[in-house]
Design a protein around this ligand. Structure first.
Ligand code: NAD
Length: 295
């Protein structure tokens, strides 16, 4: 019996989320709402304070809108704990998902530490959008228990979770993770090979770049292209609205990271996206992107 199969038999109860930013905080809440005990770890105390406050506010809104009961929200919040101490948090974890800053050296240090502190049966996942898990698996002694578990933004709302195996990820790990994702109410999508952008972001990239080409050629306005995507294709948001939500900087960063892997010039950030980034128009977070936002 491999260590990962050991995790299966134990049931995954305790979850550790590393990184309390936009993704980590909501991923933690998803697990807590599904009944797991979750520790959120971050190097920045301020990040933990912000995450706690934002999650409390989100739960207040969910209760006010009748999406969850006050008692369920309160119970889920009470299953969350916050710490800066990675060693202690990892020592009790059955499943770890890392959602720290998108820098390889940061993630490799985290995975080396997790490998040291987490119990042998624990599965170690990364939420990275661009870094295949083989890059962090290689600093551990349990590469077969490492994979990408890629949530979408906002994690509390988006149903899809991409489970990406690297060449050494074991079938037992894949089975456990797919089942775990189902149990937390999400829809897992299995990706059998590490590939830059995985699946959903590759599809989105094609749509985004075509939207930019159409705008650049004066074929239609941002509003009309977004309207076509929503009312003809059934997308909940248009490509320009989505770029603003995700952040123009993040869009550029993902494209740069993809290009670094593929060296295919088609993967470089679209020139219009780059221009927007250089002008400091980052989307919702800066108050201006393709659209203007009240702050
Ligand atoms: P973010 O910048 O909002 O948060 C990152 C957090 O990591 C910060 O709170 C930071 O203090 C913390 N951190 C940095 N170094 C750390 C360390 N050594 N140990 C513990 N915590 C550390 O980033 P985000 O947008 O939440 O992205 C996190 C991950 O999720 C990235 O890998 C990114 O690729 C992935 N992702 C992001 C999105 C998105 O739309 N933002 C979507 C899917 C996946």
């Amino acid at each position: 019996m491999s260590a990962a199969e050991g995790a299966n038999q134990r049931e995954i109860e305790r979850v550790l989320v590393v990184g309390a930013g936009a993704m980590g905080s909501q991923i933690a809440m998803v697990f807590a709402l599904a009944g797991h005990h979750v520790t959120i770890q971050d190097i920045a105390e301020s990040g933990l304070t912000t995450a706690r406050k934002q999650l409390e506010e989100r739960m207040d809104t969910a209760v006010a809108k009748g999406r969850t009961s006050a008692s369920a929200a309160q119970e889920a919040l009470s299953r969350l704990s916050f710490t800066t101490d990675l060693g202690n948090a990892a020592s009790a974890a059955d499943f770890v998902i890392e959602a720290a800053t998108e820098r390889l050296e940061i993630k490799q240090q985290i995975f080396a530490d997790l490998d040291r502190f987490a119990p042998p049966h624990a599965i170690l996942a990364t939420n990275s959008s661009t870094l295949g898990s083989s890059k962090v698996a290689k600093v551990t002694h349990r590469p077969e228990q490492v994979c990408n578990v890629h949530f979408f933004n906002p994690a509390l709302v988006m149903k899809c979770v991409e489970v990406v195996r690297h060449p050494q990820t074991s079938q037992a790990t894949v089975d456990i993770v797919m089942e775990l994702v189902r149990k937390i109410g999400k829809q897992p999508v299995l990706i059998n090979k590490e590939i830059p952008g995985f699946v959903a972001n590759r599809l989105m990239g094609v749509l985004r770049d075509e939207a930019l080409n159409l705008l650049g050629a004066g074929i239609a306005s941002t509003e009309d292209i977004d309207t076509a995507a929503k009312t003809a294709l059934g997308h909940p948001m248009g490509p320009f609205e989505l770029m603003d939500l995700v952040g123009i900087d993040i869009n550029c960063m993902i494209a740069e990271a993809t290009y670094a892997e593929t060296t295919d010039p088609a993967d470089l950030p679209h020139p219009m996206l780059r221009e927007m980034h250089q002008a400091g128009n980052l989307g919702r977070k800066s108050g201006k992107g393709w659209y203007t936002y009240e702050r």
